[in-house]
Design a protein around this ligand. Structure first.
Ligand code: SF4
Length: 292
């Protein structure tokens, strides 16, 4: 049974959705459509955004993959999912844990976490809040000061530019720097809006929904992409964006958060990029690549 998620039907109401939206669904759709028309706020990320045609293409690809996978092995053994969750239980409390339930904080923390470690991105987040206690102050600050505050996260110039532009766009669209108006929308509309923000690709948008709103979407980062390929769940050439589409169809909604955080931890500790520690791997029996 496919999970309720942002690709299966795309109009689901999920557990955890908050219904306090003051902005209509139609109004937010207008934002997303206007952003697509103008191309504003998409510098550097436009090519990552799954618009209608791209989503169709991804679905075709997913169907082909599913047929291929289904012919050779079960799509995803639930025991594998539960093994990872058991092995790394509690990780969901630490990864983005301090920001859970606060969508703007999750958004900022996730942008800062791109291409760096949790430790460095959390330091950058704390420095940013110390230098600029409100998000309004971040928008109004000299970009060089924002850059200095988040230096520990790396790619500081690009991230500072994206953060200021994303926060400003949220303020312009919502009337204040608050994403709660996304709550109550279906996940696809919320995803579309988030993808219209500068510096926000599919992973960052999915993290904002998962950790900020408890919406069951499955973000795919570099660790998850690598492990999924090694397990043989997705073909070797699959992009992160396509993998996110495929995996969102495979994973039960109620396990997405813990499986996401567990797989990231597994990638860091065991299924490392170089020299995976297969002899210590709890899921080796499902693995296509297992090294003897
Ligand atoms: S068996 Fe090895 S390659 Fe496969 S998931 Fe485990 S650590 Fe990774």
């Amino acid at each position: 049974m496919p999970p309720d998620n942002w690709l299966s039907g795309c109009d689901f109401n999920v557990a955890g959705t908050v219904s306090n939206s003051g902005m209509s669904s139609a109004r937010l759709t207008e934002f997303a459509a206007a952003t697509r028309r103008s191309g504003s706020g998409r510098t550097g990320v436009r090519e990552m955004i799954p618009l209608e045609a791209e989503l169709e293409e991804m679905k075709d690809s997913r169907d082909k993959v599913r047929q291929t996978v289904a012919g050779k092995r079960p799509a995803l053994d639930i025991e594998l999912v539960d093994t990872i969750i058991s092995a790394y239980r509690g990780r969901a409390q630490t990864l983005l844990g301090p920001h859970r339930g606060n969508p703007v904080d999750v958004l900022v923390a996730t942008i800062l976490s791109q291409a760096t470690s949790d430790v460095q991105s959390e330091r950058a987040f704390r420095n940013l809040k110390q230098a600029f206690p409100t998000w309004e102050e971040v928008i109004c600050a000299d970009p060089r000061d924002v850059e200095a505050a988040i230096a520990k996260a790396g790619l500081a110039r690009e991230k500072a530019r994206n953060l200021q532009a994303a926060l400003k766009k949220v303020r312009d669209d919502m009337g204040r720097i608050d994403l709660q108006k996304l709550a109550g929308l279906d996940a696809r509309e919320a995803m579309e809006y988030l993808l219209s923000l500068p510096g926000v690709g599919p992973k960052t948008a999915a993290c904002t929904l998962l950790f900020g709103f408890d919406v069951p979407v499955f973000p795919v980062d570099t660790h998850i992409l690598r492990i999924a390929k090694r397990l043989g769940i997705i073909p070797p050439a699959t992009s992160a964006e396509k993998a996110q589409v495929i995996l969102n169809e495979m994973i039960p909604a109620d396990r997405m958060l813990e499986f996401h955080t567990g797989l990231i931890e597994h990638g860091r500790r065991v299924c490392k990029k170089r020299k995976p520690l297969c002899e210590r791997c709890a899921i080796s029996k499902w693995c296509a690549r297992r090294e003897a």
